[in-house]
Design a protein around this ligand. Structure first.
Ligand code: GLU
Length: 421
């Protein structure tokens, strides 16, 4: 592909191409027939909506919204909602597909979905954000519900967004429906332990993938946000030395180790890591190329590509984000002997605790933080062991093994259900 044509392919389309290639390779290994392959490559339901939003000055803007239910064979559709200016139907489809394999891989009874609104939340007032959220939910209302499709947070959305979703759905239903969405505030039926769940899962996956003690192992985190910042904290708690982090504002490094809490306080105060006093500045590219034991990409898709993969010096990559490594980069990293713990395993802690939250909502009960954490740990460790065993048995990378297991379970569910009519 020439650079001129490369620019025509949106990051979302690139993510979808990566997801389809991963599916195709898993389907080859599973000897799936063409019909089933097509079924798995195609979303069951895909909705694009226009979301009109009244701005504070009285103007009306219209943004695009999406909800893609990739698969519902193993259970209701499940997956987050992303608010990001560059989100498009292709990206949302790729992310929905990855949710399907992720839920199957960790053995929770869900299909996969994702939602998105092409808006930059930083440019909206809180009231505008609330109006966008409620109107978007109204547009997708017919296809969501606690037995149909259960949204959750993703990039650009949080507990407050989930509270508005729960309220909008409940007002329309005429009674409270906490199980329609996960990642809610605990006052509305959110689960203890959901907030840091993805990051705690990243820690569990990192410690499982490391041979030997975590003490003094160096870590770089790309994306010091909802997943990356708590992951840095948890890895530091485990004994690792977090030496570099980046976010949209910049990147910082301190080879003696960053004080993660102090850095988080700085980010809270100033809006980003840029300018942090107790570290040196470096470029976003250099952060990914630091000589560290572990690199945690925890931002967006396509961070590690054919262009920069050969300069990555980390020994282990643990994907906190969805789709941060392209298939070309995967090959380069594998040739260099770098282990990659893939997204659908490494960041599954979030949807695992979403599932626990939904179960508590359906049973109208609440579990202790300890109970939630034990279940999270058990599911993460069992899933990791299954992937590692498949990888050793069949000589596959951890990503290839994870896809063989995830895609294989969904394919098997299709076979058992049969085709209607
Ligand atoms: N957005 C998260 C993910 O990509 C969580 C999804 C959920 O909890 O449903 O896994």
């Amino acid at each position: 592909m020439t650079p001129a044509t490369a620019t025509l392919v949106s990051p979302g389309r690139q993510a979808l191409d990566s997801a389809l290639l991963q599916l195709d390779q898993a389907a080859d290994r599973l000897h799936l027939d063409d019909g089933l392959r097509t079924m798995l490559a195609t979303p069951r339901r895909s909705l694009t909506v226009s979301v009109p939003v009244r701005r504070e000055d009285g103007r009306m803007d219209v943004v695009q919204g999406f909800r893609v239910q990739h698969n519902t064979t193993r259970g209701p559709a499940k997956g987050g909602i992303r608010f990001h200016p560059s989100t498009d139907i292709h990206e949302v489809t790729a992310l929905a597909m990855w949710m399907t394999w992720k839920c199957a891989l960790v053995g929770i009874p869900y299909g996969g979905a994702k939602g998105g609104v092409s808006v930059d939340p930083a440019t909206l007032t809180t009231r505008e954000l609330e109006r966008v959220t409620r109107r978007y939910v109204n547009e997708i209302l017919p296809i969501i519900g606690p037995d149909k499709d259960i949204p959750a947070p993703d990039v650009g959305t949080d507990e407050q967004t989930m509270a508005w979703i729960m309220d909008t759905y409940s007002v329309n239903a005429g009674y409270p429906v906490p199980g329609v969405v996960t990642g809610k505030p605990t006052t509305l039926g959110g689960s203890l332990g959901r907030a840091g769940a993805t990051s705690r899962g990243v820690r569990i996956a990192t410690l499982k993938a490391m041979s030997g003690s975590p003490e003094g192992r160096t870590v770089a985190v790309q994306g010091f946000g909802k997943v990356g910042a708590p992951a840095a904290r948890y890895l530091a708690d485990a004994g690792c030395r977090v030496v570099g982090v980046s976010d949209a504002t910049g990147a910082v490094v301190n080879h003696s180790g960053l004080d993660v809490d102090d850095l988080r306080a700085w980010v809270e105060e100033t809006g980003g890591v840029y300018g942090y006093r107790h570290a040196d500045a470096l470029s976003h590219e250099d952060l990914l190329e630091l000589d560290v034991d572990v690199l945690v990409p925890a931002a967006l898709e396509g961070a590690i590509t054919a262009e920069n993969a050969s300069r990555v010096r980390a020994r282990l990559i643990v994907e906190g984000a969805n789709g941060p490594t392209t298939p070309e980069a995967d090959r380069i990293l594998a040739d260099a002997g770098i282990t990659v713990v893939p997204d659908i395993l490494a960041n599954a802690g979030g949807v695992i605790v979403s599932y626990l939250e939904w179960v508590q909502n359906l049973q109208a009960c609440s579990w202790s933080a300890k109970e939630v954490d034990t279940r999270l740990r058990d599911l993460m460790e069992e899933s990791f062991d299954a992937v590692a065993a498949m990888s050793a048995e069949r000589g596959l990378s951890l990503r290839q093994a994870a896809h063989v297991i995830g895609v294989g379970r969904v394919a098997e569910a299709h076979r058992m259900r049969g085709l209607y009519p």
